[in-house]
Ligand binder design. Structure first.
Ligand code: GDD
Ligand code: MN
Length: 425
């Protein structure tokens, strides 16, 4: 049995859980998993079956489960997952609606499981699943609480990466090194295994921002985690597309900023304020072009510039600040734009009103102006977070052919108990 090989002193907590599991394993098929593998998915329909097949092969003899966290993929990933779960109780899934984000998906997946050890890996078969038993072995010794599969150790590799991606990945790693001050070769890895009690030390401090969940965990855990790395080669993605776009670089910087000063000013507010700053430049450029360049009257030019800047700000916020709950589709975007404009119009009135009152009371012009901007920024941020980005879109999932399943009745369950087939000792 798996528990027998754990060092009793070194990993007391894990052993306690395993003992419980041992007792229950008396009744056939009710064996609680020792290892949960959490896999975030977005449009991975063509990869999930193969991943489960591979896990089944390489984890032969272990009590494991896999928890897919799907952000309502439009390609029907969830249908494949449900189909798998109906015959294999080791396959579980969590569906999130109106949300996006790899890091938060991973965290919620981990929280939805209870096994003493959790692994995190991608669904696209780029991570070498054959490493999982070795990673467990590393944790077993008790000297470390987190095992990271690294692409940058002597024997590891990144396969056929474009030079630019390799460059960014290296820069990001160096930057993380400076903040982490650890000797990790690959703090950006999306493939790692952690003891639950170690994860618990970090979970309440996580930023849950963007892609870099491992880095987030490393920066959040107190006291610091004892980590070990093992090498592997990052494979090519064969099916589906990578979701890591150029904005992921920004996401990454945002995570680092949040870790350094996020406890003072919320990251989202900082992004909102930066977008506001960019909007100011857009406004001035538009005003200069319309008034100075084309010769339109100042009043008309300035009004047009305000509308252009507001529209620009709305789209930039939708793209960056509210990336995880981005409004999509014509009507949601139009509604969002209108509510955003209405809120900002009130904000602008408050801005001027406060500045004028302060100025009349003999405060310095710059102080009056800054106070107006400050109050309107806070108003705009708070009000748009409620009126513009709170109502997430709930697009219906495509209805599969097999209607029976959605009426709540499992259509066919094979005569042989599914769990009997999949339980191993
Ligand atoms: N639930 C959910 N929500 N899953 C997502 C989302 C999302 O918004 N975005 C991506 N995923 C899933 C994908 O379906 C895949 O299983 C996994 O997360 C990784 O996404 P990829 O799009 O394949 O990422 P990548 O290969 O470019 O990046 C990988 O390598 C990076 C290192 O360079 C990931 O492992 C990163 O975590 C890692 O930092
Ligand atoms: Mn990938």
């Amino acid at each position: 049995m798996f528990s027998a090989v754990f060092e009793p002193d070194a990993v007391k907590k894990i052993e306690m859980t395993l003992v419980l599991e041992d007792k229950r394993s008396g009744d056939a098929g009710a064996r609680a998993p020792v290892l949960s593998i959490v896999v975030p998915t977005f449009n991975e329909r063509d990869n999930v079956r193969e991943l489960v097949r591979r896990l089944d092969r390489c984890l032969d003899g272990f009590a494991w489960e896999v928890m897919f966290v799907d952000d309502d993929s439009p390609d029907g990933t969830l249908d494949v997952l449900h189909e798998l779960s109906r015959t294999d109780p080791r396959v579980r899934s969590l569906q999130r609606i109106g949300r996006r984000g790899l890091a938060s998906a991973v965290v919620e997946g981990i929280l939805a499981t209870s096994s003493p050890v959790v692994a995190v890996m991608d669904c696209d078969l780029q991570h070498d699943e054959a490493l999982l038993p070795d990673m467990l072995e590393e944790l077993r010794g008790g000297e470390c609480e987190l095992v990271v599969a690294s692409r940058y150790m002597a024997a590891g590799g990144v396969g056929d990466w474009a030079k630019s991606r390799l460059f960014f990945s290296r820069v990001a790693t160096t930057l993380a090194d400076m903040i982490l001050r650890s000797q990790l070769t690959d703090p950006m890895s999306g493939f790692f295994m952690i003891r639950r009690d170690a994860f618990d030390r970090a979970v309440r401090q996580l930023s849950n921002q963007g892609y870099k969940i491992l880095l987030d965990i490393l920066l959040s855990a107190q006291p610091r985690l004892r980590v070990r790395e093992i090498p592997y080669t990052f494979r090519q993605r064969l099916r589906g597309e990578s979701k890591l776009d150029s904005i992921a670089v920004l996401d990454y910087l945002a995570l680092l900023i949040d870790k350094v000063i996020g406890h003072i000013v919320p990251l989202r507010f900082m992004m909102f304020a930066c977008v506001g700053g960019v909007g100011l430049i857009v406004h001035m450029t538009a005003l200069a072009t319309l008034n100075r360049g084309i010769g339109i009257s100042f009043v008309v030019a300035d009004s047009c510039a305000a509308v252009i800047a507001m529209t620009f700000n709305f789209f930039l916020n939708n793209l960056l600040t509210y990336r995880d709950m981005r409004l999509r589709g014509f009507w949601p975007i139009l509604r969002g734009l209108l509510s955003f404009s209405a809120v900002c119009a009130i904000g602008a009135a408050a801005n001027v009103g406060i500045a004028v009152v302060l100025f009349q009371r003999d405060h310095a012009w710059w102080l009056a102006g800054a106070a107006g901007i400050f109050v309107s920024a806070i108003w705009n941020y708070t009000a748009t977070s409620i009126f513009t980005w709170r109502n997430v879109t709930k697009a219906p999932r495509p209805i599969p052919d097999d209607q029976g399943v959605y009426a709540g009745f499992p259509t066919v369950i094979s005569a042989a108990s599914p769990s009997a087939e999949v339980t191993r000792t």
